[in-house]
Every structure is written in C-alpha cells, then in structure tokens.
Design a protein around this ligand. Sequence first.
Ligand SMILES: Nc1ncnc2c1ncn2[C@@H]1O[C@H](COP(=O)(O)OP(=O)(O)OP(=O)(O)O)[C@@H](O)[C@H]1O
Ligand SMILES: [Mg+2]
Length: 258
Amino acid sequence: MELLRLENLTKTFGGLTAVKDVNFTVNEGSISGLIGPNGAGKTTIFNLITGIYKVTRGAIYFQNVPIHDKEPHVIAGMGITRTFQNIRLFKNLTVYQNVLTACHHNADYGIFDAALRLKKFRRQERELKEFAGRLLELMELSGWKDKVANSLPYGLQRRLEIARALALKPKLLLLDEPAAGMNPDETRQLMNLIRRIRDEFGCTILVIEHHMDLIMGICDNIIVLNFGKKLAEGPPEKIQQDPLVIEAYLGEGGMPGA
Ligand SMILES: Nc1ncnc2c1ncn2[C@@H]1O[C@H](COP(=O)(O)OP(=O)(O)OP(=O)(O)O)[C@@H](O)[C@H]1O
Ligand SMILES: [Mg+2]
C-alpha cells in the first residue's frame, strides 16, 4: 500500500530548478533509497516533504492526504520525521537526555498536571522514560547513556540523531546520509539497525545515501535523481545495471562505494 506520493514535484530557487517534475511513490513498510550525484536535489526533496521549503509546482500526498500546503509542525504531527545531513543534537546534553527531550513531544499532560505531579503526569513520565530506554537499546546506545552527546564518536552521534527522530513515533522516517563519515564496519552495523527499525518499529524508511553498498543492501526500491530529474527507478539489481545511472555516476568518477 502506498504511503507517500510525489506528483510532478518541482522546486525552483530564482533561476535554478533544483527539482523538476519528479514522480514517485513510497510503499508502506518499505525501505526506499533516494540517490544521485551531489546537487541532484535529494535534500531539497526532503525539505519539500517536511514542509521546510514551499513547493513551486506539483503535489505531495501522505496517506492520500495532500501535505504540500501544510506547515512543518503539522507534517511532523502526521507522522513524518527526519534526520539531517549535518547532525543536529543538543551537544551538551547526555545521550539519554537527548532522547528523553524528544520523547516529551508525545506527552499530553498539561502544565497543571505537571505542577501538581498528578497521576497522569507520573504515569506518562514513567512511560516516556521506558520508551527512551527502549530507543537507546534499539540503536545500541545504552552503554553511552550518560555520556555528553558531543563526546560521542561521529558514527554514534548519527545513531543518536536517529533515536531522536524515532522518539516522535514516525510512520515515515527520512534519513539524509545517515552513514556519512562512517567506516565500513559502522556502515554495516547501521544497515542492520535500519532493517531493525523497519521490522521492530513498523515504520517506512526513505534514505538518501552515497554509500552504494548500504543502498543496494537494504532498499526494496531505489529512485535515482540527476540534475533535479528522476533518472531511473527500480530494485537494486535493475539500478546497478542501468546504463543511464552508470553514466551519471561516471561523470563523477564512478559510483561511490561500488
Ligand atoms: N535554499 C536554497 N537556495 C538556493 N539554492 C538551493 C537551496 N537549497 C538547495 N539549493 C540548490 O539546489 C540544488 C540541489 O541541492 P540539494 O541540497 O537538494 O542536493 P543534494 O542532492 O542533496 O546534494 P548532496 O549529495 O551534495 O547533499 C543545488 O544546486 C543547490 O545549490
Ligand atoms: Mg543533500
């Protein structure tokens, strides 16, 4: 079943067309990949889906509801969250505090309940703490719980950012280059974690990556962009052999990581 649909999506910045007439769908429960050379328009598509950029032309549907006219917080509330190409964390808070603050977006007690420490507040606090602990376990960060985020190796900071995105209980998780700066071992571990997120969390994942082994290893469907346009789409076996895709990457010195 279809979860997300982009229809003739177009975004221009002044005279520059960053995304042009892009169409694709993301099926529920899938891991889909969005790839393409630098500047192809991948991050711009994430910014359009999450409402950070306004669509110039075209439409975006989430569960068949148009979202291209909605504000970012409304879209997040509907169940779409993301990570960023440049890591965004509370650098001076601990790993646990980073996740717990994100979990608090799910709380529905008011300031009044909190001030009086009413039953509802206490129960929800307990549930949020349990959930934060579960997320740390899932992302294999429990051993780093009390470390300050800034002191974590880069690869773990990326995992912490994913844990924070998951705290919002998304239906669709958008990952923008989650393996950037990771070594092959860390990348392999991340691949397994992304699969586990899909299986244990039941969320659909759309991932941007330059590490081809990761993309080819975990994606059900891959969309290739080049100069803002969709160049190809299909399962990994098809994309790897597509002459247009190979050519697009050859201009950049070959398919990265392939
Ligand atoms: N806010 C903006 N203002 C002007 N131009 C922008 C803006 N955001 C993106 N662009 C331009 O749009 C094009 C696509 O950029 P985008 O960041 O989407 O590429 P990308 O595929 O994510 O590349 P990379 O792999 O390097 O992250 C680029 O030419 C970029 O300079
Ligand atoms: Mg980008």
